[in-house]
Design a protein around this ligand. Structure first.
Ligand SMILES: [Fe+2]
Ligand SMILES: [Fe+2]
Length: 232
């Protein structure tokens, strides 16, 4: 049980690193654990007027998560490859698919009062920004972390700022998509679009958590590796 191992004084970063399933509870309460992972649960809950004890109990009530990798204990190179394959590739694929779906929904339901006007264009801009960001990580920042030549500094600050901008873009997507709640008469594509966007939002938040709170805090400990961070 989470409440036996962690407390309301634990940081959001510790909680999600030890129990990834807790991220769902934090997201339900609108608590940002990826860019504000240094905050304690008590502090973050106070801002949202949520009882921290109740949030911990909710985490205990979540179905037990399947065994998961403790990325704070595994080699940094493995974490980087995991981020590339499980998060970068899936984000690219999801964004391309969701952009097309949003365009179809906007075209077919232009006169509907709940039509998410502007969503396809917004997803398009989000895709371009994410692509720039992923390329910077893949080509420059992560290889330098893995070689042990990047220990904090300006490059990491740029990536962290990108993450904050991406969180704002995600919030805008959620707003344009009416909180991802389709109207009762929505077609299947519309429903799938919002389900896909909610999944993308969750995946990106967890992805950013792995980078901000796990990878960057471990970067300074990495021994030099001769093979670099090429995708394997
Ligand atoms: Fe990334
Ligand atoms: Fe990132």
């Amino acid at each position: 049980m989470i409440s036996k191992l962690l407390s309301t004084a634990s940081t959001l970063s510790e909680i999600v690193t030890c129990f990834p399933g807790a991220s769902r509870v934090l997201e339900r309460h609108g608590i940002d654990y990826c860019c504000e992972g240094d905050r304690s649960l008590a502090d973050a809950c106070a801002d949202r007027e949520v009882s921290a004890e109740a949030a911990l109990a909710e985490m205990d009530g979540e179905l037990p998560a399947p065994p998961h990798a403790r990325w704070d204990r595994l080699p940094v190179g493995d974490l980087i490859q995991h981020i590339f394959h499980a998060h970068h590739d899936s984000s690219r694929a999801a964004l391309a698919r969701l952009r097309g779906m949003a365009a179809r929904v906007e075209r077919a339901h232009a006169d509907h009062e709940s039509c998410p006007h502007g969503l396809a264009e917004h997803i398009g801009r989000l895709s371009e920004e994410i692509e720039d960001h992923l390329r910077r990580e893949e080509a420059v920042v992560f290889p330098a972390i893995e070689r042990g030549v990047l220990r904090g500094g300006a490059s990491i600050d740029v990536v962290r700022r990108d993450h904050q901008d991406l969180m704002e873009r995600l919030a805008r997507a959620r707003w344009l998509a009416k909180g991802f709640r389709p109207p009762p008469d929505a077609c299947l594509t519309w429903v799938e679009l919002y389900v896909g966007l909610a999944r993308l939002e969750h995946g990106l938040q967890y992805h950013i958590h792995l980078e901000n709170n796990v990878l960057f805090s471990r970067g300074g400990l990495v021994p030099s590796l001769s093979e670099g961070t090429r995708r394997r």
